[in-house]
Design a protein around this ligand. Structure first.
Ligand code: ADP
Length: 292
């Protein structure tokens, strides 16, 4: 049983030949709406692998909110704790791609309603989980509350510190596993004024994803769990797939190395298809891939 507490975003992607100047209107080439949000993506990754997944989050009382809640449900995720909030939009990312560059505006909208108070209301859901999975696209006090509740009930905590922000020592130490990518890990270790012992304690919790190379764990010094070579088509959501798969595997009592191998395989499969959620594999697909 995995509970993901996090964000839901609709990515609104516009492709154009160039970036319009202030006050100018130009014609674009294409437009796509792509469901995302790290929280929703990680929940979908876990559910597709066969996890009994529950999502705690907020959407707006609008079409994107309804659409994305339905999608979560279609993936078999329990959406009883997804709350439609009035007078605020569902989270969106307005992305313009032109001249090989991205310009992105993220509006957290309803995601900013996943506060400590909101999370507190769902203590029982957290208590009944084997593991919870968190990211940083909702308010930090909501993340912290979820971690405190999970600790209280001895539920495993996986914190994906992305997008990176500086977190208190206290908060990082609450996590059982931290899953930064290489950039986030560098920022994480640079940000704190740690004692050597604290630094070591944080590092031991880290599972650092390294793209095609795989992921490193640090229980007895650094050990790289190698990735699987694939033809990458779209790496969006690789990290989210990795996190969902890791949670799934760890909640089934796999040891850390085994869980990382499984998550590497799921991550590798996810990059072979377009879209963050589009390429997320089932357990059968992972098993078949690992036998090849
Ligand atoms: P993020 O997307 O958060 O930056 P990474 O790029 O480190 O995260 O990718 C997460 C995981 O997905 C990696 O640890 C690896 O298991 C898998 N992965 C990512 N890119 C590739 C790739 N090109 N080939 C194979 N596996 C990949």
């Amino acid at each position: 049983k995995i509970t993901v507490i996090g964000s839901v975003n609709m990515d609104l992607v516009t492709l154009a030949d160039r970036t319009p100047k202030a006050g100018e209107t130009i014609l674009g080439k294409a437009f796509h709406t792509i469901p995302g949000g790290k929280g929703a993506n990680q929940a979908v990754a876990a559910a597709r692998l066969g996890a009994e997944a529950t999502f705690i989050g907020c959407v707006g009382d609008d079409d994107f909110g309804r659409l994305m809640t339905q999608r979560l449900q279609d993936e078999g995720i329990n959406i009883d704790y997804v709350k439609p909030v009035t007078h605020v939009s569902t989270g969106i990312a307005a992305i313009t791609i032109s001249e090989g560059d991205n310009r992105i505006i993220v509006v957290p909208g309803a995601n900013s309603h996943v506060t400590a108070e909101y999370v507190q209301k769902h203590e029982e859901v957290i208590a009944a989980s084997d593991a919870i999975v968190l990211q940083l696209e909702i308010p930090v006090d909501g993340v912290k509350k979820a971690m405190e509740l999970a600790r209280k009930h001895r539920v495993k905590i996986i914190l994906n510190p992305a997008p990176f922000q500086v977190l208190s020592k206290e908060m990082l130490l609450l996590a059982d596993y931290l899953t930064p990518n290489e950039h986030e890990q560098a920022e994480l270790l640079a940000a704190g004024n740690w004692t050597e012992a604290e630094r070591e304690e944080i590092l031991q919790k880290c599972i650092v994803t390294r793209g095609a190379a795989g992921a490193s764990i640090y229980q007895n010094g650094e050990k790289l769990i190698p990735g699987y070579p694939v033809e990458a088509v779209d790496t969006t959501g690789a990290g989210d797939t990795f996190n969902g798969a890791l949670a799934f595997s760890l909640s089934g009592n796999a040891d850390l190395e085994e869980a990382c191998r499984f998550a590497n395989a799921a991550g590798a499969l996810s990059v072979t298809k377009l879209g963050a959620q589009g390429g997320m594999p089932t357990s059968e697909e992972v098993a078949e891939f690992l036998q090849r």
